[in-house]
Design a protein around this ligand. Structure first.
Ligand code: DNO
Length: 346
């Protein structure tokens, strides 16, 4: 297992020198800031790699290369955007990147109703309220989460919603199949694993057709193209926000099949009505058993990448919500501590 932290070049309030000081964190998960659908040039990837390497950290995981909506919609220009995606994968492979996280969520990436919910200890966290979510009209509210790479105008949103209204989940599956058939052979040649991130939260929002939502659908995704390069970014918090999911069992199953390239470790505290808070990583702070999840990775002989996912805002830190240094560093230490214990008890 290789412990990493996400880092945003150019705009991150957290610097690489600080990340290097978290014991056991050996690399960062990063990206080029390019418009969705643009090819990432190899010289720019190399520049980023050498900058990260100069700080004593590896750069082997990219999060995310976003898919253009035309790919998810199966629209006329999808071939052009698939070509760009393939070029980007080839360039990332040339530069030694081993895993690319991506997702198939329509229009929006992960979504919360509250970015600054105050917890009893005075820290703040991101939270999802079922009632509030049901009252939000995405076309009239200005919703924007910390790391969304797209920021649509009202007109663009209306057009996109209109296009998705014509689609159902079976259309989405067909478009995903088309994408994987085109891309996975190049991912294999380039030795870059594609790690699909589950929909977050793992249920439909705003009436949009989301498909990476549960075990049956993850099985279906993996069976669309049977290759370790058609892999998962298994996010404990995204799947774990539904009480129906036994995250440790899912990790054991998919890591055992060698279909997890990258693990996101986040704890969530679930409420009766399906709402949830993102809690501190420690098991007793949330509803997930982080030891059982790490044990599932460990027992499967997992050699891929893990990162602590979102953190709370603690100790007066300012910066990007969810992506500060302090709580994610605590998370990395905790997860590394669990791993060390598992190794020594082996
Ligand atoms: C949020 C992150 C996501 C993830 C993308 C994958 O917690 O994990 O932003 O990077 O959804 O494309």
């Amino acid at each position: 297992m290789k412990m990493t932290l996400r880092w945003y070049p150019g705009k991150d309030a957290v610097n690489l020198a600080y990340i290097r000081q978290i014991p056991g964190v050996t690399g960062v998960v990063s990206e080029l800031q390019k418009p969705v659908g643009a090819v990432w040039p190899v010289d720019e990837i190399e520049g980023l790699r050498s900058y990260i390497n100069q700080h004593g950290l590896a750069f082997e995981v990219v999060e995310s290369v976003k898919l253009h909506e035309d790919i998810k919609l199966g629209a006329d220009r999808r071939d052009q955007y698939i070509e760009s995606f393939i070029e980007t994968i080839k360039n990332l492979g040339k530069s030694g990147v081993k895993v690319v996280c991506y997702d198939f969520m329509p229009i929006f990436d992960w979504f919360r109703t509250d970015l600054t919910k105050v917890l009893p200890d005075g820290s703040t966290t991101m939270a999802y309220s079922m009632i509030e979510a049901s009252q939000i009209d995405p076309l009239s509210s200005d919703i924007k989460m910390a790391d969304w790479e797209t920021d649509y105008s009202r007109e663009e949103l209306e057009t996109l919603f209109g296009a998705y209204r014509e689609k159902d989940t079976e259309d989405m599956w067909k478009n995903l199949q088309y994408f994987l058939d085109a891309v996975i052979p190049y991912a294999e040649q380039s030795d870059v694993k594609l790690g699909m991130h589950p929909d977050d939260p793992c249920w439909p929002i705003f009436g949009l057709p989301r498909i990476i939502t549960n075990e049956a659908n993850i099985d279906r995704l993996l069976s669309l193209y049977d290759s370790p390069y058609n892999s998962l970014t298994l996010c404990s918090g995204s799947l774990g926000c539904s009480a129906a999911h036994d995250v440790a069992a899912l990790v054991g199953k998919y890591a055992g099949m060698d279909r997890i390239a990258f693990g996101h470790m986040r704890n969530v505290k679930l409420f009766q009505d399906g709402s949830f808070d993102e809690s501190a990583h420690l098991s007793t702070e949330g509803s997930l058993d982080m030891v059982q999840i790490m044990k599932a990775y460990h027992d499967a002989g997992f050699t891929g990448y893990i990162r602590p996912d979102h953190g709370r805002v603690i100790w007066g830190e300012t910066g990007a919500i969810g992506y500060g240094l302090y709580d994610r560093a605590l998370g990395a230490m905790y997860l590394n501590g669990i791993w060390e214990t598992l190794e020594k008890l082996d």
